[in-house]
Design a protein around this ligand. Structure first.
Ligand SMILES: Cc1cc2nc3c(=O)[nH]c(=O)nc-3n(C[C@H](O)[C@H](O)[C@H](O)COP(=O)(O)OP(=O)(O)OC[C@H]3O[C@@H](n4cnc5c(N)ncnc54)[C@H](O)[C@@H]3O)c2cc1C
Length: 484
């Protein structure tokens, strides 16, 4: 009787799981394992909010495996040991002759996995990895002249009509191998001790069944309204699938095919569901991974090398702290930063606005923002976070031109016209008349008194003069633009 280990990482699902399916097809028994080795992802070990998600996602996977008459073997890897050593131990303990896993694309993980594969193979074990986190491997998409894309639109054009395999079915019974010891999930100490955790937990359903349910919910009226509503932070106009996708509780292939099927059903019934805009966002996720794979140093370095000498401020801790706490005195920015703290997520439009304020008006290096997001987002993803920050800062591939500086007042008035989002997250401004909700500093003393707002006391004065700081940012940009 043959046995394979299936090494779960960020593919915490039983359906459309190519590594699991291949093991089931080729071996009599399967031992599912999760190895907790955050030090192997350094310097990008999962942040606090992501660890919380991981805890619940592993709990959900454990339950799903139990329903398939199997058990997830969890092993905590000490800092002086490695996943490779643990896999070697597990091969011995279980009598397995193969290890199967699905690929990830962060630079440190790629290096680790290469060593694991070559060492196991050299020892005559079967070691196979599979594509499961992306629609296309980063090396499968090339420009006409060869090489990676650096601009999204041609990247999207080149993949949107390509054939994408149907998702694999969910595993049924998974015959268990020899039983071996497992560490307890709690021993991984993934849950933060802060009460902050309860707020985030209230906000989300975590795990594969929840991810499927969320997709189902989205494929209906929300998809039909996606193009108009995706930019309005006060309404749930987007899928909220990003953490589920990040942890592999659902695959992009499942999302792609379900969206196409819904579109076809709707059109057959005379409806006009159009999934194109939504699928283009899934393609942004692909593009982010494409860039991370081909330009791995962009997690720290600007993609546009001119930005290496950009005059970021060197003394900024007070401003950074105010930004992190949602106390900048700029309502839409404070609303976003508080939403992030309370829920582990922030609406995409607001991510762009808060990132623009930090990098442009405050001239704080984008890496500071990226690191804060890394720790506080449940969907913190090295590829998408790097792309998002470099894009806003203007230093990335296909970036927003640096001179396009988001005006947070105009953005607020346009995308939160009734002020519901700001009033929800910044209750100090609840009584502020709509006309001044996004710029309370322009309200008269009389209006402020009526609204029970005392600037500098009940709500901060703006952290910077938006016009003046814009001028300063453009000046800094001019300096690097002038370089040959
Ligand atoms: C500064 C900044 C940092 C960001 N950091 C992250 C991050 O760490 N992790 C992350 O998943 N996304 C990140 N994003 C992208 C985007 O904000 C989120 O993916 C989106 O808000 C998730 O909400 P949703 O699932 O409802 O998205 P939907 O609008 O429903 O989109 C569907 C899916 O497409 C993908 N997607 C959408 N927009 C983008 C994008 N701009 N880039 C890459 N993928 C995208 C996501 O997987 C998302 O779940 C960042 C954006 C910015 C501007």
């Amino acid at each position: 009787m043959s046995t394979a280990l299936v090494w779960f990482r960020r593919d915490l699902r039983l359906s459309d799981n190519p590594a699991l399916m291949a093991a089931l097809e080729q071996y009599d028994h399967v031992v599912p394992v999760y190895l907790h080795a955050p030090h192997e992802e350094a310097p990008w070990e999962p942040g606090e909010a992501a660890r919380l998600w991981l805890h619940h996602s592993l709990a959900a996977l454990t339950q799903s495996l139990q329903k398939c008459h199997n058990t997830l073997v969890i092993r905590k890897i000490a800092g002086n040991s490695s996943s490779l050593e643990m896999l070697q131990n597990l091969l011995q303990e279980t009598g397995a002759t193969a290890v199967f896993w699905n690929r990830l694309y962060e630079p440190a993980v790629i290096e680790r996995d290469k060593t694991v594969k070559s060492t196991l193979r050299a020892d005559d074990f079967s070691a196979e990895s599979f594509k499961a986190a992306l629609l296309f491997e980063p090396w499968e998409v090339e420009t006409g002249s060869g090489g990676p894309y650096r601009v999204f639109t041609p990247f999207w054009k080149s993949i949107k009509t390509r054939f994408i395999d149907s998702p694999l079915p969910a595993a049924g019974k998974i015959a268990a191998g020899k039983s071996v010891s497992s560490d307890k999930l709690d021993s991984l100490e993934l849950l933060p001790t802060l009460s902050w955790k309860d707020d985030i937990e209230r906000h989300w359903d975590i795990g594969e069944p929840a991810a499927m349910a969320r997709l189902d919910e989205f494929l209906g009226d929300p998809l039909k309204r996606y193009s108009e509503e995706r930019n309005i932070p006060a309404i749930e106009g987007t899928s909220r699938l990003s953490p589920h996708l990040h942890f592999g509780e659902i695959s992009p292939r499942q999302v792609w095919h379900a969206t196409k099927a819904y579109e076809a059903r709707s059109q057959a019934q005379g409806g006009n569901a159009d999934g194109d805009k939504f699928l283009s966002e899934i393609a942004w996720r692909e593009f982010a991974h494409h860039l991370l794979f081909h330009y791995p140093d962009t997690t720290r370095e600007p993609m546009n090398k001119k930005f290496t000498s950009f005059p970021w401020r060197s003394s900024y801790k007070k401003d950074l702290n105010a930004w992190q706490r949602g106390l900048t005195g700029i309502p839409i920015v404070d609303a976003g930063m508080r939403e992030l703290w309370a829920t582990g997520t922030m609406h995409n439009r607001v991510r762009m606005i808060v990132a623009s304020l930090l990098t442009k008006n405050l001239l704080v290096h984008w890496r500071e923002g990226a690191e804060w997001f890394w720790d506080t987002l449940v969907d913190a993803d090295l590829a998408s976070n790097t792309l998002g920050w470099q894009w806003v800062a203007g230093s990335g591939a296909d970036a927003a031109p640096f001179f396009r500086i988001f005006n947070p007042v105009l953005q607020g008035e346009r995308f939160d016209p009734n002020g519901e989002y700001v009033q929800h997250w910044v209750p100090e401004l609840k009584k502020m008349p709509k006309k001044f909700l996004h710029k309370p500093w322009e309200a008269s003393d009389e209006l402020l008194t009526e609204a029970k707002v005392t600037l500098g006391e009940t709500y901060p004065r703006p952290i910077c003069d938006l016009k003046e700081s814009r001028r300063r940012a453009l000046g800094a940009y001019g300096e690097i633009k002038a370089q040959s």
